[in-house]
Design a protein around this ligand. Structure first.
Ligand code: NAD
Length: 420
């Protein structure tokens, strides 16, 4: 499945947002399977994107030079969408977004990422910003070829590639083999408390350790293999600008989550991503004077992070502590800071001892972590809503699908057959 919609204008190419002449309107109420929303509200998604755009416009240091042609892989939600908005509205960059989303069908709504993209393209067009998109499997050769064509024909060589995929599976185009990622500890079972999201109860959960195949498969999906493919292809096709940079996202997090994250299957994949960064860094430096880096981002509520066991409890406690200290950030604030304080300062970005950019510096502050660690064992089903901000977590999670968004009248019919 790969639908490409990016009609170019003359001179300055602009992807058009269009709407079909028949506009079905319907009242869209949130529908869930377990905790997950299975539909999305277009108007809520549009408001979310508008809010993020407003959070970047005029908010980057005046005169700061930024990237001009940006490819964002995983651009429709979460950190990828925030990066795309920061590049476009912060620095006027042309952006090509790659994502895997379900368009609307009949009276079935699209996924949130589809509606986010509709809103992104509509706002970009209004502001004279070039935006093109590819909806399809970023792991496939077909989507990579489409990206090559768009960059060659409608954009100048790319000076920044953001790799922000979060996917449960990958089909390797070389072999056809399908890999499924697993979120499991390694070596021994891990038991901790977590929120049972449907019931809002604190329960103990035990996760059995992964076997060798599950570890290898998770690395194949979420490690650096596909990132290498993208970058080597762009290099071979001579579509990277002199000094081009690429950034992929990682997470480290607190010790409470290490058995399931840093030391678990996903942590192995992130280590592989860091190895890829190091190799790509050498290649880009040699060929173009460019670089490849990993940015370790803060824990935020996204469709991907909410699926990791134990993490929702952490994501319900962390904002309570960070807000008290006036430190809290969402994906947009994080990505704005990535551009303003790391990528666009005019100097090489500050890196840690492992050559990573640390956007999680505030989350990982010792006083923040000490407070979270002290609160963690105190949480019970009875005090969940007073000790933690579980209500805020739920609202934010539903907000990802366009529900419970301020300013939206959910009793009003809304157009769902929207396309970008
Ligand atoms: P997300 O679920 O919000 O976004 C995932 C994106 O990937 C979407 O645009 C989706 O359409 C796209 N995608 C998924 N499979 C695809 C495929 N096969 N082809 C094309 N596009 C595909 O996820 P997120 O939380 O923003 O995660 C993005 C990256 O940031 C991941 O590497 C994640 O590990 C990292 N990260 C996340 C957090 C967090 O707390 N959410 C923290 C640090 C780092």
């Amino acid at each position: 499945m790969a639908a490409l919609r990016c009609p170019g204008g003359q001179g300055r190419a602009v992807a058009l947002t269009y709407q079909t002449s028949y506009m079905p309107q319907q009242i869209v109420k949130r529908r869930s399977r377990g905790f997950i929303c299975v539909n999305a509200h277009p108007e809520g998604c549009r408001r979310n994107v508008e809010r993020w755009v407003a959070g970047v416009r005029g908010e980057v240091p005046a005169g700061q030079a930024g990237p001009k042609n940006v490819l964002v892989i995983g651009a429709s939600t979460g950190y990828g969408l925030a990066s795309r908005i920061a590049a476009a509205w912060g620095y006027g960059a042309k952006t090509l977004g790659v994502f895997f989303e379900r368009p609307p069908e009949g009276d079935k709504t699209a996924t949130a990422g589809h509606y986010n993209t509709v809103a992104f393209h509509s706002l970009a067009r209004n502001d004279g910003l070039f935006a093109a998109g590819i909806n399809g499997d970023a792991f496939s050769d077909a989507v990579k070829r489409q990206a090559v064509e768009i960059i060659r024909e409608q954009m100048a060589p790319v000076d920044l590639v953001i790799y922000s995929l979060a996917s449960p599976k990958r089909t390797d185009p070389r072999t056809g083999q399908v890999y499924n990622s697993a979120l499991k500890p390694i070596g021994q079972a891990f038991t901790n408390q977590t929120i049972e999201l449907d019931s809002g109860k604190i329960v103990s959960v035990t996760l059995q350790p992964a076997n060798e195949n599950e570890i290898a498969d998770t690395v194949a999906v979420m490690g650096g293999d596909d990132w290498r493919f993208w970058m080597n292809m762009l290099l071979e096709e001579k579509l990277l600008a002199e000094g081009a940079r690429t950034v992929a996202y990682s997470y480290i997090g607190p010790e409470i989550t290490w058995p399931i994250y840093r030391d678990g299957t996903i942590g192995q994949a992130k280590k592989d991503l860091e190895r890829a960064a190091s190799d790509l860094d050498a290649t880009l430096a040699k060929n173009l004077g460019g670089n490849a880096l990993v940015s370790v981002n803060k824990a935020v509520v996204t469709q991907a992070s909410a699926a990791i066991p134990v993490v929702p409890l952490y994501l319900s406690l962390l904002p309570v502590v960070m807000r008290r200290k006036n430190l809290d950030e969402g994906p947009l604030e994080q990505m704005r800071r990535l551009f303003t304080d790391f990528l666009c300062t005019g100097s090489p970005p500050k890196l840690d001892e492992a050559r990573r950019m640390r956007l999680d510096d505030r989350e990982m502050r010792s006083d923040v972590q000490a407070d979270v660690t002290a609160l963690w064992p105190q949480v019970t089903t009875e005090n969940l809503r007073s000790v933690t901000d579980f209500a805020g977590f739920q609202r934010e999670f539903r907000g990802l699908f366009g529900f419970e968004v301020d300013g939206v009248d959910y009793e009003q019919p809304t157009e769902t057959d929207l396309h970008w």
